[in-house]
Design a protein around this ligand. Structure first.
Ligand code: NAD
Ligand code: DAU
Length: 356
């Protein structure tokens, strides 16, 4: 039986990978992708699937209640997978408003539409799912030891994480109050193909390829738990099929790295995999410690024991393999990177849809 999934933010980094993953691995699924195409949304990411009969793209804003209600009525989705967000912490520090608008108000609009469309469905029995894709940043910052579990109290510290935490609370409230069959996932740092080059890994890859300085915030010893994006996609598919409404699942790679280690490893791999810099200069010489991010969370680490025990998911990609695959992808897709950096990717919508 065909299942219709409404995906929001499918032209961003994780959404793109998720749609490509499902189109390849889940023939029973039809996908409607609602995306506003902000600076972070790139329609070209999915150009090769836009003719697929199991895929439909809708250009629109999740804050547009009329559009969202119409989509629910037209497509009668079995599930919604909600990626759409403003996702970059640094941008949230310099311009928080868009974060509140999309991440909080946009999530509210989707919840209302799902509630109205799915009214009467009991949370426990309904096959419908509202899967809200969230972040480990809602839990705040860890010291040198310990892990975030699903029971860790929320303590968001950036406008980005506060907006995601607010959205999480709304989703949870809709489960408890209205019986909306909602599930929340809180994932650690993803890396892999199609990530916008404002995030640490693609920014460092791009700068290091071009002999530019590599900015490391503060002392470079902040810790993140890195997960290959395809493993996140597999986790979300598992949660969609086996997750229990009202539950939260933490997703992570048990793969903690200091930022400086990430940056030096990328430099070493690029020295090996890409043309050398002039005079064979090692790329680590490009590293520059810069003023820290305000309120920079020191350490994130996810305990992913619940999703492993209860749903049988665990990551499949080692960090060495995932990082090599990521670097190879950026080396093979320099036209993608160039298009994103010079802004030409934003003309793609007009090129594809302008005359229709
Ligand atoms: P991204 O910034 O790469 O992509 C966001 C997408 O949402 C873009 O396609 C953008 O056009 C779209 N969008 C933004 N505002 C919209 C709006 N108002 N209406 C419709 N579409 C809109 O983000 P990402 O890194 O792919 O993250 C996806 C989700 O996963 C986010 O909710 C983020 O909080 C969460 N998350 C990300 C990570 C990570 O490491 N990247 C980790 C955990 C959770
Ligand atoms: O933990 C999950 C979160 O991971 C997601 O919810 C966010 O959407 C995603 O952007 C990511 O947030 P981070 O702030 O951890 O990612 P970012 O790539 O911006 O930074 C990773 C670390 O690297 C962080 O400690 C800040 C540091 N950094 C980042 C940049 C861009 C640098 O040292 N230099 C940089 O230039």
């Amino acid at each position: 039986m065909t299942k219709t999934l409404l995906v929001t933010g499918g032209c961003g980094f994780i959404g793109t990978n998720f749609i490509r993953y499902l189109l390849a691995k889940a023939p029973e699924v039809r996908i409607i992708n609602l995306d506003k195409l902000t600076y972070a949304g790139n329609l070209a990411n999915l150009a090769d699937v836009c003719g697929n009969s199991r895929y439909r793209f809708i250009h629109g804003d999740i804050c547009d209640a009329v559009l969202v209600e119409r989509l629910f009525a037209e497509e009668n989705p079995d599930a919604l997978v909600h990626f759409a967000a403003e996702s970059h912490v640094d941008r949230s520090i310099y311009g928080p408003e868009a974060f509140v608008q999309t991440n909080v108000v946009g999530t509210f609009v989707l919840l209302e539409a799902a509630r109205n469309a799915w009214l009467g469905a009991s949370a426990k029995d309904s096959a419908r799912r509202f899967l809200h894709v969230s972040t480990d940043e809602v839990y705040g910052s860890l010291g040198p030891s310990g892990y975030f579990t699903e029971a860790t109290p929320y303590d968001p510290r950036s406008p980005y994480s506060a907006s995601k935490a607010s959205a999480d609370h709304l989703v949870s409230a809709y489960f408890h109050t209205y019986g909306l069959p909602a599930i929340i996932t809180n994932c650690s740092n993803n890396y892999g193909p199609f990530q916008f080059p404002e995030k640490l890994m693609p920014l460092i890859i791009n700068n290091a390829l071009n002999g530019r300085e590599l900015p490391v915030y503060g002392d470079g010893r902040n810790v993140r738990d890195w997960l290959y994006v395809e493993d996140h996609c597999a986790a979300l598919r598992t949660v969609l099929s086996k997750g229990v409404p009202g539950e939260t699942y933490n997703i992570g790679g048990h793969n903690e790295k200091q930022n400086i280690e990430i940056v030096t490893t990328i430099c070493d791999l690029l020295d090996e995999m890409a043309p050398p810099l002039s005079a064979g200069r090692p790329r680590t010489t490009l590293i520059r410690f810069v003023t820290d991010r305000p309120g920079h969370d020191r350490r994130y680490a996810i305990d992913a024991g619940k999703i492993r025990r209860e749903l049988g998911w665990r990551p499949q990609t080692s960090f060495q393999e995932g990082l090599r695959r990521t670097i190879s992808w950026y080396l093979a897709n320099d036209a993608w990177l160039k298009g994103v950096l010079d802004g030409t990717y934003q003309e793609y919508y007009e090129t594809l849809y302008g005359g229709r």
